[in-house]
Design a protein around this ligand. Structure first.
Ligand code: NAD
Length: 499
C-alpha cells in the first residue's frame, strides 16, 4: 500500500445508519429481535465483521408477507400524491445521509468510491422517478357495446411484491423495484443478498421509515436460498422481481410458475463490445477497459467479449493492456484505488478457473491472471476463441476476453453467439456502420461509441435471451411491471336480460 495515497476514513455510524438501531435485528415494519440466526456482514477488503443483521426462516418469511398483505389495502387507498411525497422525502433523507451511505456501500460491496457515488445517485434517481409515476395515465376508456354503459380498463396494484436482489449494486438494484412498487400502491417484502443486507436492506428500511411509510408496508427478510424460495412461494406474493444469476433465475421462475405468479427476471450477461477498424483505438481501449474492469467486472452488463476487427487488433490489444496495467488495486475504503476486492473467495476461484482453463486451451495472457486474496489483477486475454471458458461463460471478474473478427459479418456472428442478450456496444467512426450492426445484435440495450454498462431510471432496462424474461425496469415500463389490468363496466341503471 502506498502510504501517501492512504485515506484514513472512519466509518460513519451516526444518523439513520446507527447500528444501535438495527444491529442483530430484522425489519418487520419496526426493528425486531430475530427468531432465526444472526447473519454476520463482512468487509470483502479486510474480512472484518462490519455488523450483524437478524436472519429469517421460511416461517418468518410467510409471517412478513402476511403482515405486508394486511398493510397494503390502506396504503393503496391513500392519494397517489401522498405516496409520491413519501418517495420524495425518502430521496431527501438519502441525500442528507450521502456520506454515511457511500462509506457503507464501499465497505460492504468492495466497490470504489466512484462506483458507490454512482450507485447512490442512481438510487435517488429511482426514488424521484417513482415519485412522478402517479401522473401517468391509469388506463383506457374502451368501446362499449351498450352506449349507456361505460367500459374502462384500469391499472391496479398487484398487492404484495417480493423483491430478491444481488450483492453487486445492492442499494440501487433493490430500490429500482422497491420504489416503483411502493409508489404504485403495493406493499413490498425485500430479501437482499446475505452478503450485503445493510446497503441492500437496512438503508431502505430506515429511509422509508423516516419518510413516513406506514408500518408494515415494507418488510425485510434476511437469508439465502431457503429464505428466497419461501418468499417466492408465499401465497400472498403476487409478483416476484428477481435480479441475479441465470442459474438461480431459472429456479425462481420455475417456482413462480408452479405457484402461478408473475415473475420478472433480470439475469446474467455476456455482453459484446465490438471495435471496428475505423474506430478511435485509444477511446475504444478506454471504453473497453471501463466496460470490463469497473467494479472488478462484477456487473451484469460488463463487456464480456471484446470483438475486434483483425486490422486494428494489435493496436487495440496494446492499448487495452496499458490501461489494465495502469489500474491501482487495493482497499477502496482506505486507499485511492481503481480496483477493489472480489466479493468472496469462491468467486476468486471461479474467475481464476475460467482464466487458466482458457489459457490451457490456447488463449494468450497479456497481463494479469494472478490473485492475492481478496484481489484479482486486471487481466487481458488475447486470442479468445469459441468454446474457450472465457468466451462462453459470464466471468464476473476483472477479465477482458478479446476475440478477433475477420470482418463485420464475423463480428456480428461472434456477438450473437451467446445464450445471453443483455447489453452491447460498437466503436466506429461511422454512425451508419454502427447503426447497421446495432440493428442485427440480439441485446436488450445497444450503445454506439460507448461501452456496455449504462442504466438510468428513465430507460427500459432489461435483457433478451437468458438475460431475462422480457420484463423491464424504469420509465413507464414500471407501470406495466408493478400493476395489473382490471376491466370495469358501469351503468346508471341495471342491465335487463331475457330470463
Ligand atoms: P445469485 O443468483 O447468486 O443471487 C441473487 C439473489 O438470489 C440473492 O439475494 C440470493 O440470496 C438469492 N438466491 C439464491 N438462491 C436462491 C433461490 N434458490 N431462490 C431464491 N433466491 C435465491 O446472484 P449474485 O451472485 O448475487 O449476482 C450475480 C449475478 O446477478 C450475475 O449473473 C449478474 O449478471 C446478475 N445480475 C443481473 C443484473 C440485471 O439487471 N440483469 C444486475 C445485477 C446482477
Amino acid at each position: 500500500m502506498n502510504e501517501s495515497s492512504t485515506i484514513d476514513r472512519q466509518l460513519h455510524t451516526d444518523g439513520i445508519l446507527s447500528p444501535s438501531i438495527w444491529d442483530g435485528r430484522v425489519f418487520q415494519g419496526r426493528w425486531t429481535s430475530s427468531e432465526g440466526t444472526v447473519i454476520e456482514v463482512r468487509e470483502p477488503a479486510t474480512g472484518l465483521t462490519l455488523a450483524t443483521v437478524g436472519g429469517s426462516t421460511p416461517k418468518t418469511v410467510v409471517d412478513a408477507v402476511e403482515r405486508a398483505a394486511r398493510a397494503q389495502p390502506q396504503w393503496q387507498a391513500i392519494a397517489p400524491e401522498s405516496r409520491a411525497r413519501v418517495m420524495q422525502l425518502a430521496a431527501t433523507i438519502l441525500e442528507s445521509n450521502r456520506d454515511t451511505v457511500i462509506d457503507w456501500i464501499i465497505r460492504e460491496t468492495g466497490g470504489v468510491r466512484g462506483k458507490a457515488e454512482t450507485e447512490l445517485n442512481g438510487t435517488i434517481g429511482e426514488l424521484l422517478h417513482s415519485a412522478a409515476l402517479f401522473v401517468e395515465p391509469e388506463g383506457h376508456v374502451l368501446h362499449s357495446a351498450d352506449p349507456d354503459r361505460l367500459s374502462i380498463a384500469r391499472r391496479i396494484p398487484l398487492g404484495v411484491v417480493g423483491v430478491i436482489s444481488p450483492w453487486n449494486f445492492p442499494l440501487l438494484l433493490a430500490m429500482r423495484s422497491v420504489a416503483p412498487a411502493l409508489a404504485l400502491g403495493n406493499a413490498v417484502v425485500l430479501k437482499p443478498d446475505p452478503q450485503t443486507p445493510i446497503t441492500g436492506g437496512v438503508v431502505l428500511a430506515q429511509i422509508f421509515a423516516e419518510a413516513g411509510l406506514p408500518e408494515g408496508v415494507l418488510q425485510i427478510v434476511n437469508g439465502g436460498a431457503e429464505v428466497g424460495e419461501a418468499l417466492v412461494c408465499a401465497p400472498a406474493v403476487r409478483l416476484i422481481t428477481f435480479t441475479g444469476s441465470t442459474r438461480v433465475g431459472r429456479r425462481v421462475g420455475q417456482l413462480a410458475g408452479e405457484h402461478v405468479k408473475k415473475v420478472s427476471l433480470e439475469l446474467g450477461g455476456k455482453s459484446p463490445f465490438i471495435v471496428l477498424d475505423d474506430a478511435d483505438i485509444e477511446a475504444a481501449a478506454s471504453a473497453g477497459a471501463w466496460g470490463s474492469f469497473l467494479h472488478q467486472g462484477q456487473i451484469c452488463m460488463a463487456a464480456g467479449r471484446h470483438i475486434v476487427l483483425r486490422g486494428v487488433a494489435q493496436s487495440y490489444l496494446d492499448a487495452l493492456r496499458q490501461h489494465a496495467q495502469s489500474l491501482t488495486v487495493g482497499d477502496p475504503f482506505r486507499e485511492d484505488v481503481a480496483i477493489g476486492p472480489i466479493i468472496n473467495q469462491r468467486q476468486i476461484g471461479r474467475i481464476h478457473e475460467l482464466v487458466t482453463s482458457s489459457v490451457a486451451d490456447g488463449a494468450e495472457l497479456l497481463t494479469g491472471g494472478t490473485h492475492e486474496t481478496p484481489y484479482y489483477q486486471p487481466t487481458v486475454l488475447a486470442g479468445v476463441r469459441p468454446g474457450m471458458a472465457a468466451y462462453v461463460h459470464e466471468i464476473f471478474g476483472p477479465v477482458a476476453a478479446v476475440c478477433i473478427a475477420e470482418n463485420e459479418e464475423h463480428a456480428i456472428q461472434l456477438a450473437n453467439d451467446t445464450e445471453y442478450g443483455l447489453s452491447a456496444a460498437i466503436q466506429t467512426a461511422s454512425l451508419d456502420r454502427g447503426l447497421r450492426l446495432a440493428r442485427r445484435i440480439r441485446a436488450g440495450m445497444v450503445h454506439i461509441n460507448d461501452q456496455t454498462i449504462s442504466d438510468l431510471p428513465g430507460i427500459p432496462m432489461g435483457g433478451l435471451g437468458q438475460s431475462g424474461n422480457g420484463s423491464r425496469f424504469g420509465s413507464t415500463t414500471n407501470v406495466d411491471e408493478f400493476t395489473e389490468w382490471q376491466w370495469m363496466t358501469l351503468g346508471g341503471a341495471p342491465t335487463r336480460y331475457p330470463f
